[in-house]
Design a protein around this ligand. Structure first.
Ligand SMILES: Cc1cc2nc3c(=O)[nH]c(=O)nc-3n(C[C@H](O)[C@H](O)[C@H](O)COP(=O)(O)OP(=O)(O)OC[C@H]3O[C@@H](n4cnc5c(N)ncnc54)[C@H](O)[C@@H]3O)c2cc1C
Length: 385
């Protein structure tokens, strides 16, 4: 473990070099730019390699086993992992549960859960959304009723990413039916092995089982598994929205898709098609605008400033550009554009439909774009809701 090294003491260029070198030497080549979310069995070795290096939790304080990176260094770390095409491990423990417990957990919760996240013994998933409670999350109905030393949980969660690989789930549950919507919600941690929890994988458009429905029938969860105060879970859940919001608007996905589109243009000699090149040029300029906007917010993060509600525009622009680039890629492929998986074309191999499929939910997760537009309208432009 090298977690005690003060990475913030390195100058930015040396730190970037160090991260780059580590990724080149350690990240499996076969897992670069994965087309779908990686399952635990595929990414486990990399997770454990990061853990061994002490680099699993770049944003956690050093005292809890993190790297303790300052915002500017964290930006570099993330930029380099994106640039190298490092796949996302099941990281809800690192990005959500850990920071939450560090801020709001009891000493016993920190001592029990944090080391197990870092060792890879506990893999977490996020149980917020329910049928009829997604954008309007405060309408959630999964209920937890206190019975002695346990809560009895009943209800259903859905779209729970990689719940089939998770050992634990963090839940928003209703603990007071009579209170106003947001005020009767608590934040609960549950072991997925508890009797009464059932997961049913959902197959997405691309044929991957990326998320699950999770059913809770008389599930007994120890009362000590509540994080923060009873009925104050909404505040806790909102606290999870930190400056990481910038990463939802990162241009990396668009840049990667654009690079593939440009290869396809050359391969298929589309440069002579004026109408196509017009559409391409517009997208390229939109991407450059997106990159410039991202840099503006990134500078704010580097200066240690809190991001305001205007960061919502980054997610809207990034995800909608991504969809348009992926769509043009399918068009550029001509008749082959409807084929699934790797397709040989003029001596090269392309998989445009996976990009297309991946681009579709991007405008939904991480706060649907319509909701981001509402935020801009009310909190930035001052319009009435
Ligand atoms: C790939 C993927 C992974 C996910 N992983 C998880 C996970 O791990 N855990 C988890 O808890 N959830 C997860 N989700 C769920 C995600 O958070 C929800 O899909 C999202 O919050 C939207 O909720 P919904 O699907 O119920 O749609 P709804 O909220 O029903 O929205 C349907 C449509 O109506 C629009 N709409 C809704 N309200 C308004 C409004 N007030 N004004 C204007 N338009 C509105 C929406 O923008 C959307 O276009 C995931 C979703 C996806 C796509």
């Amino acid at each position: 473990m090298q977690a005690k090294t003060d990475w913030n003491a390195l100058d930015d260029a040396s730190f970037r070099q160090e991260v780059r070198r580590f990724l080149q030497q350690n990240y499996p080549e076969a897992l670069r730019y994965p087309k779908t979310r990686l399952r635990w069995a595929e990414i486990r070795d990399w997770y454990l390699r990061l853990s061994e290096k002490g680099w699993l939790a770049p944003a956690w304080p050093v005292e809890y086993g993190g790297m303790g990176l300052a915002p500017a260094k964290l930006m570099i770390f993330t930029e380099e992992t994106e640039r190298h095409g490092v796949g996302r491990a099941p990281d809800m423990g690192i990005t959500m549960v850990g920071p939450l417990l560090i801020q709001h957990g009891t000493e016993a919760q920190k001592a029990y859960y944090l080391p197990r996240i870092l060792s890879g013994e506990h893999i977490w998933c996020q149980g917020y959304s329910e049928p009829n409670a997604g954008s309007d999350l405060a309408s959630l109905r999964t209920e937890a009723v206190l019975d002695g030393d346990h809560f009895i949980v009943n209800g259903q969660k859905t779209w729970t990413t990689l719940a089939q690989d998770a050992t634990h789930i963090f839940l928003l549950v209703r603990t007071d039916r009579s209170a106003k919507k947001q005020e009767g919600i608590s934040f609960l941690l549950a072991d997925m092995g508890t009797p009464g929890i059932e997961r049913r994988p959902i197959r997405n458009l691309a044929g991957h089982e990326e998320f699950c429905e999770c059913f809770f029938r008389d599930v007994r969860v120890p009362k000590d598994n509540i994080v923060g105060e009873l009925n104050r879970g909404w505040t806790i859940a909102k606290a999870l929205l930190g400056f990481e919001r910038i990463f939802l608007g990162s241009p990396k996905q668009c840049q990667y898709a654009m690079a593939r589109l440009e290869e396809l243009i050359v391969q298929r000699s589309l440069g002579a098609d004026a109408a196509f090149m017009d559409a391409y040029a517009r997208l390229k300029l939109d991407l450059l605008d997106h990159m410039a906007l991202y840099e503006r917010f990134a500078d704010q993060v580097r200066r240690g400033e809190t991001l305001g509600p205007d960061v919502s525009m980054l997610k809207i622009i990034g995800t909608e550009n991504y969809q348009r680039i992926a769509q043009l890629m399918v068009e550029a492929a001509g008749c082959a554009g409807g084929l699934v998986g790797d397709v040989e074309l003029d001596g090269d191999s392309f998989d445009w439909l996976t990009s297309y499929y991946n681009s579709r939910p991007a405008t939904i997760y991480g706060g649907a774009n319509e909701i981001q537009r509402n935020i801009l309208a009310t909190q930035v432009l001052g319009l009435k809701s």
